[in-house]
Write a protein that binds this ligand. Structure first.
Ligand code: 5AD
Ligand code: SF4
Length: 453
């Protein structure tokens, strides 16, 4: 048996693709190893969404040169978004690289590796019109026995001006709903309690037939009926495609968790227009208001970037202002970086790096205070926590997540991964909540009465 080591950068889609890579190769006599120095095959599943992410690939490839010179039989391959974008150029740039495979070439990996090995030929396969088949997720390749990600679509047709995704993931393509339902049924039968539906823009699932989000709602309704499944999430949503009917699913579908990740990217209308986002600040605020009116418990997280070309200090103030007004539960924030061939890479009025850094620091300080305050506001409440395992930080502590996706750490002796337990929240921190199974004296509930299946 040969050994493969896989390094993954980037988003949840890439994590799921790496599971698929492991699954495909294990059917061809490969077994996974954590140790690159023991591997016959090293694969890097890359991300190119921001410059920083892409740089990680090159620095890892640089470090692998030593292994290759010690073991000339070692095959090194690069897949994912950087591979898709660079193709042959990557082989030219990195002489110790053997294989470049595009985002749609995972199923063919065993053949590609075999060709490289037998013929001693370096190669790149990156055609985007190639079909990618999603095999049903296998327990052995999932990081958690009770949580799983299911890809429901790939690609994107939106062409936001800063974004490389449509170029490296190709046009939107949705998996047939019956495939997805069959996979989720299988996962539930294997003991999976929580499923995360993945796609670059899940709200346009099934379009054009599913215009208005109907196909996605039908899918959610179908998955809601699957026995054993307890929690359903999806990411990522696009504000322009978030229909009133989809908003109404929160609170209506009992398995759909009260959390939405809804990237806003910028607070000023002029910047949103140049980004080609297809909504205004007022439209975004309306959607959030509707979500909260419909489902007051809902947690809202978002993505934002600073320093998009032409973003003025006043535009940036509008971003801060939107954050103050909405008070996100959490926020992922980035400095804009040029991504060829995305259109904004050719826009004038680039914001200096130093200024982007300053804006990002200011924005992150603002959000840090809001996240902490929101966590502290949970103190004294009960949360339903899906137990995921023992806490990384301290012994005797268990860890799980609320339906709103907050991490909760709490002490317990007899517990099982996959149970949902009510936890009394004692303290809110910057990144998590701390709780206990039994309430402080006088609060009524007892530990042995608070476990449910
Ligand atoms: N520069 C900085 N951030 C970017 N993102 C996407 N493209 C860029 C870019 N060129 C951010 C967006 C997106 C998240 C995944 O990454 O905020 O939502
Ligand atoms: Fe990129 Fe915009 Fe598509 Fe999201 S919706 S993947 S930001 S082009």
């Amino acid at each position: 048996m040969k050994q493969v080591h896989i390094s993954t950068f980037g988003c949840q889609m890439n994590d799921r693709d790496s599971e698929l890579i492991a699954q495909v190769l294990s059917a061809h006599d490969y077994r996974l190893t954590e140790r690159p120095e023991e591997a016959d095959l090293i694969l890097i599943n890359t991300c190119s969404i921001r410059q920083k992410a892409e740089e990680k690939t090159y620095s890892l490839l640089g470090r692998l040169k030593r292994l290759k010179s010690r073991n000339p039989g070692l095959i090194i391959g690069v897949g994912g978004c950087v591979a898709q974008q660079e193709g042959d150029r990557l082989l030219e740039r990195v002489p110790h690289l053997d294989l470049v495979f595009g985002t749609r070439w995972i199923n063919e990996l065993p053949d590609l590796v075999q060709t490289v090995r037998q013929r001693g030929r370096r190669m790149a396969e990156v055609a985007l019109d190639h079909p990618l088949r999603y095999l049903p997720s296998e327990k052995a390749f999932r990081p958690s026995p009770i949580k799983a990600s299911v890809t429901i679509m790939h690609g994107c047709n939106n062409y936001c001006a800063y974004c490389v995704v449509p170029y490296v993931r190709g046009p939107e393509w949705s998996r047939p709903p019956e495939d997805i339902a069959a996979e989720v049924r299988r996962l539930a039968a294997q003991g999976v309690k929580e499923v995360l539906l993945l796609g670059q823009n899940v709200n346009s699932y099934g379009a054009p037939k599913g215009a208005g989000g109907r196909a996605f709602i039908d899918l959610l309704e179908q998955l809601e009926t699957i026995a054993g499944l307890e929690r359903l999430r999806f990411t990522t949503s696009h504000p322009k495609d978030l229909s009133p009917d989809l908003i109404a699913c929160f609170g209506r579908l009992s398995k759909l968790c009260e959390h939405i990740h809804l990237p806003f990217q910028a607070g000023a209308d002029t910047v949103l227009a140049r980004m080609n986002r297809g909504y205004t600040r007022a439209m975004y605020m309306e959607r959030i208001q509707a979500l909260r009116e419909n489902c007051p418990e809902i947690a809202v997280t978002s993505d934002v970037m600073v320093g998009f070309p032409g973003e003025s200090p006043a535009d940036f103030e509008q971003t801060l202002d939107l954050i103050r007004e909405i008070r996100f539960d959490d926020l992922f924030s980035f400095r804009y970086s040029d991504r060829h061939p995305a259109r904004a890479s050719g826009f004038p009025d680039k914001v200096p790096e130093e200024e982007k850094r300053r804006r990002l620091a200011e924005l992150q300080a603002l959000q840090k205070g809001i996240t902490l305050a929101r966590h502290q506001a949970r103190e004294g409440t009960w949360e339903q926590v899906l137990v995921e395992g023992t806490s990384k930080k301290s012994g005797g502590q268990w860890s799980g997540r609320t339906r709103t996706n907050r991490i909760v750490n709490f002490p317990a002796t007899h517990l099982e991964v996959g149970l949902t337990v009510p936890v009394f929240i004692e303290k809110g921190y910057a990144h998590s909540l701390k709780g206990r199974l039994s309430p402080p004296s006088g609060e009524g509930r007892q530990e042995d009465s608070c476990c449910c299946g």
